[in-house]
Design a protein around this ligand. Structure first.
Ligand code: AMP
Ligand code: ZN
Ligand code: ZN
Length: 331
């Protein structure tokens, strides 16, 4: 029988439908092969297209560089808007300029794959994301910042050269807003951080935990929307991603590395997204909110019910997903 499960942070419901459950190998996993021609790839450093990007360079390291997004969702300087920009219809609809920042964090080697990045490269990626996060927080007038990664065409990636992105906006995203509200309400009633309580519960139950180190835990989320939806959280209460020390960032990178390796072993290079949910930069600190990463393998698409109701049907119970991920071999 299907089960309705509630995300206890946001209150959102999902349907876990195990009758329709599949084994990992029964999911149709699109093969994300690289199709682009390196000489035409806009992110390859020796390509023609890259030359135009040189002036937009925000940081340049040995294996990774950071550039301004050429087609930004949020723009640094409102006066730079193009002639194709919209002008708000005042008085009825609500609109405002989409100000902020949108950067692309590019891995120099075109041929690498997120799911098998060498560990030192993943360490560098998170350290550079944290550096850029802090730079944007200190230099731009933004409200919230979200680092993300799209891997594979089905995840929405339009360029197959490996890259992450940092979105910085003048608003709080719907999801983080809902999480903050839910966490505040829980704190008001229970006097505790809901994420810390989830971690304690999961470490006691041990049925959805897939990896753990001194400072981080990786779990299959109880109310998973996607098969193999994996959350990584700092074990000690911390509301702001950017406050993570260098030492702890290495432990974070280590558990992400392990989780990606497990997903790769079980699902054979699945398309996926990950993003970091953290306290908006307009807040100083929070006893109720707790930063975390969500990794979403994209093995299912939404139908009319999902879009119409925002109630998502997931055919893979997270307890089974954890079992598959922890098995030494694909079973
Ligand atoms: P994705 O669609 O996830 O692959 O992300 C690629 C991002 O790179 C998009 O946000 C594009 O706006 C941006 N982009 C595309 N071409 C360029 C370019 N030549 N220079 C900088 N950013 C680019
Ligand atoms: Zn390339
Ligand atoms: Zn907490």
């Amino acid at each position: 029988m299907p089960e309705l499960r509630q995300n206890i942070i946001t209150g959102d419901w999902v349907v876990i439908a195990p009758e329709r459950a599949k084994r990992p190998q029964d999911f149709i996993i699109p093969k994300s092969v690289k199709v682009s021609d390196k000489t035409k790839c806009p992110f390859c450093v020796d390509s023609e297209g890259f030359k135009a990007n040189k002036k937009n360079m925000k940081a340049d390291h040995k294996d990774i560089y950071v550039i301004e997004n050429r087609y930004p969702a949020f723009v640094e300087d409102e006066s730079k808007k193009s002639i194709r920009s919209f002008y708000p219809e005042k008085g009825f609809y609500r609109a405002r300029a989409s100000v902020g920042d949108h950067e692309v964090v590019v891995i120099k080697d075109h041929d690498l794959n997120l799911l098998s990045f060498p560990k030192p490269l993943l360490d560098n990626l998170f350290e550079i994301m944290r550096e850029r996060y802090i730079w944007i927080k200190e230099h731009e007038k933004v409200v919230s910042i979200m680092p993300i990664y799209n891997h594979g065409a089905e995840s929405g990636a339009s360029i197959d050269h490996p890259h992450a992105q940092i979105f910085a906006s003048g608003i709080i995203s719907n999801t983080v807003g809902q999480e903050i509200d839910g966490a505040d309400t829980y704190y008001g009633v229970n006097g505790a951080c809901i994420y810390c309580d989830i971690i304690n519960h999961e470490l006691k139950e041990k049925i959805r935990v897939i990896a753990e180190n001194d400072n981080f835990v990786a779990i299959e989320f109880y109310a998973s929307r996607f098969p193999f939806e994996t959350w990584i959280l700092p074990k000690n209460h911390q509301s702001q991603f950017e406050e993570t020390t260098k030492q702890n960032m290495l432990l974070f990178s280590e558990i992400v590395f392990e989780s990606l390796a497990m997903l790769n072993k079980t699902l054979d290079n699945p398309p996926l997204n990950f993003y970091i949910h953290t306290l908006p930069v307009i807040h100083k600190d929070s006893a109720s909110y707790h930063w975390h990463m969500e990794i979403l393998p994209r093995l299912s698409t939404f139908g009319g019910f999902e879009l119409g109701s925002e109630i998502i049907i997931n055919v893979m119970p997270p307890e089974e997903a954890a079992h598959y991920l922890k098995s030494p071999k694909r079973d």
